[in-house]
Design a protein around this ligand. Structure first.
Ligand code: OOG
Ligand code: MG
Length: 269
């Protein structure tokens, strides 16, 4: 990611209009055409400007930022979505749902679930060259997670600028299972099974995420640096779907089983 790729072209009015579109679609859980249909010249820098404006609006309304997610960090996810550049998105406290709970599906458009390794940090991470080693040294613990993504774009179809502006499809997340210290395990070789209603849907190992999921946390730090920001201590970071995402409907029970880290699951009501 270079400064070049963060070029911005939108004036303040266009930025406000695009943010209005995303905010309304998220609030109403209503799909709309992807943003680049109306703003074909939108750049990646423009898209992150919309995402930052959206974050500022949510925080001004009393929502609390608790961390960040990396998206499109595995080949399975890139192939599924047809976007080959990893992205980041923000996580708010009220997007979290408890393990083993019933998650309300009526608040969502066309949700999909992803199994991810979550990191919780104990020191600030910053800069353009954050490394896997720095991430591991700053990690308090890791834990299994399921992210619920819900693109606000019709047909769950988008391009890179549109998905970034839509906060990388972030909707809900559930963290659970067993918390482990990062040096207790080889975080690149843990087997993971994503199940729906007791049936395996996808199987992979944690290294499917960029070779090592800590590299996805480093990527988050690098993108934040491009945006003039850092990753504070105490952040939750979701490192990205290890397998392809799986569509769900009311009544489904989903579970992600992680080698050595236990499992996390919940149902959709
Ligand atoms: C974009 C978000 C991707 C992941 O873990 O890869 C993501 C999408 O696929 O809608 O969260
Ligand atoms: Mg994800």
């Amino acid at each position: 990611m270079s400064a070049m790729t963060m070029n911005r072209t939108l004036d303040a009015q266009a930025l406000g209009t695009l943010t209005d579109h995303v905010e309304a679609a998220q609030r109403q859980a209503k799909a709309r055409p992807k943003l680049t249909d109306d703003f074909p010249g939108m750049t990646l820098g423009d898209a992150y400007a919309v995402q930052r404006t959206l974050l500022a609006r949510w925080c001004a309304q009393g929502h609390r930022l608790v961390g960040w997610k990396a998206g499109l960090t595995s080949k399975a996810k890139m192939d599924q979505m047809g976007v080959r550049v990893p992205t980041i998105g923000f996580l708010l406290a009220d997007m979290a749902r408890p393990e083993s709970s019933a998650v309300r599906i009526a608040e969502l458009i066309h949700p999909r679930v992803e199994c991810e390794l979550a990191f919780v940090t104990k020191a600030e991470l910053a800069g353009p060259a954050c490394t896997r080693e720095q991430v591991l040294a700053a990690t308090d613990f890791v834990q299994p997670a399921i992210e619920i993504i819900d693109s606000r774009f019709s047909g769950f179809k988008f391009d890179l600028p549109s998905v970034v502006a839509d906060n990388s499809s972030s909707a809900r997340y559930v963290v659970g299972g067993r918390a482990c210290l990062p040096d207790e395990l080889d975080l690149a070789t843990l087997g993971v099974v994503l199940e729906k209603n007791g049936e395996p849907q996808a199987i992979a190992a944690t290294g499917a995420v960029m070779g090592h999921p800590a590299d996805a946390v480093a990527l988050v730090v690098k993108v934040l640096h491009e945006l003039g920001d850092t990753l504070p201590a105490g952040s939750l970071v979701l490192s990205g779907g290890i397998t392809e995402a799986v569509a769900v409907k009311a009544g489904d029970f989903v579970c992600a089983r992680f080698q050595s880290l236990g499992s996390v699951g919940f149902r959709f009501a």
